[in-house]
Design a protein around this ligand. Structure first.
Ligand code: CTP
Ligand code: MG
Length: 243
């Protein structure tokens, strides 16, 4: 089945601090979103990329994508063998993903959802996710073991106040999950139609349907650019790749 990637890029990036919407912030001179689109289009399996732009920014994002097209001769709306499309996003990530998914034609049997804020994901991670979906898993997430021990707390009402610890889950059984998360298209569509409560990743909606979600190995370079230090790390990774 052909593979489409939905790239939610409509967030403001509050934790990164003031400035342009996060996906449009530059990493070594190129907008984060462009790095993310390149990372997905690098897979020979991905033939459509749907970018979910800030609600007021689809035209700007469209011209950015055209300006960074891989081949100078590619027609508008495509990078080499990968077509792209831009749709406006919503208030939450979940809404933005649903809007992107609605723009994926039904012949795309496999849909990846990838954060624009993970611009450096290696193509091998993308391909591992696709392969696991093609092998029959309805939902696949790249996952890594944790370095830190994780505590569950009773969240404080004022920032900075001490918080009582409630529990310590066994670290060896925990995984930090990344994107792209990969899905059988019909499963992801049903998950978005069925689950109404707020979630922080797409696979958890499939879990709520009672369907199996499996992991494949994630990659350190697929980290999410969230806070200012992450920009430093991302630029260092790009500099190292050029060596
Ligand atoms: N996203 C989106 N639509 C939203 C909110 C988030 O498309 N309404 C996207 C972001 O652009 C990002 C991805 O979802 O690529 C992951 O979200 P996150 O890292 O939280 O980005 P932001 O929401 O932009 O950052 P913050 O939470 O710090 O404001
Ligand atoms: Mg957010």
């Amino acid at each position: 089945a052909p593979v489409a990637a939905v790239i939610p890029a409509a967030g403001r990036g509050v934790r990164l601090g003031p400035g342009a919407p996060k996906a449009l912030r530059a990493l070594n001179g190129t907008p984060m979103l462009i790095h993310a689109v390149h990372a997905l289009a690098a897979s020979r399996h991905v033939s459509l990329v749907v970018v979910v732009a800030p609600a007021d920014g689809p035209a700007e994002v469209k011209s950015l994508l055209d300006a960074h097209a891989l081949s100078g001769s590619a027609p508008s709306g495509s990078w080499g063998s990968t077509d792209f499309q831009v749709v406006p996003g919503g208030e939450t990530r979940q809404e933005s993903v649903a809007l992107g998914l609605a723009a994926v034609p039904p012949e795309y049997g496999v849909v990846l959802v990838h954060d624009a804020a993970r611009p450096l994901v290696p193509v091998d991670t993308v391909d591992a996710v696709i392969e696991a979906v093609r092998d029959g898993a309805p939902a696949v997430v790249p996952a890594l073991p944790l370095a830190d021990t994780v505590k569950e707390v009773e969240p404080a009402t004022e920032p900075g106040a001490p918080e009582p610890v409630v529990a310590t889950p066994e670290r060896a059984r925990l995984r930090a999950v990344q994107t792209p998360q990969g899905f059988d298209r019909a499963t992801l569509v049903r998950a978005h139609e069925t689950v109404t409560e707020d979630v922080t990743d797409d696979a958890s909606m499939v879990e709520q349907l009672g369907l199996p979600v499996v992991t494949v190995p994630g990659h350190e370079e697929a980290f999410k650019v969230t806070r200012p230090l992450d920009l430093v790390l991302a630029e260092a990774v790009l500099a190292r790749r050029r060596l």
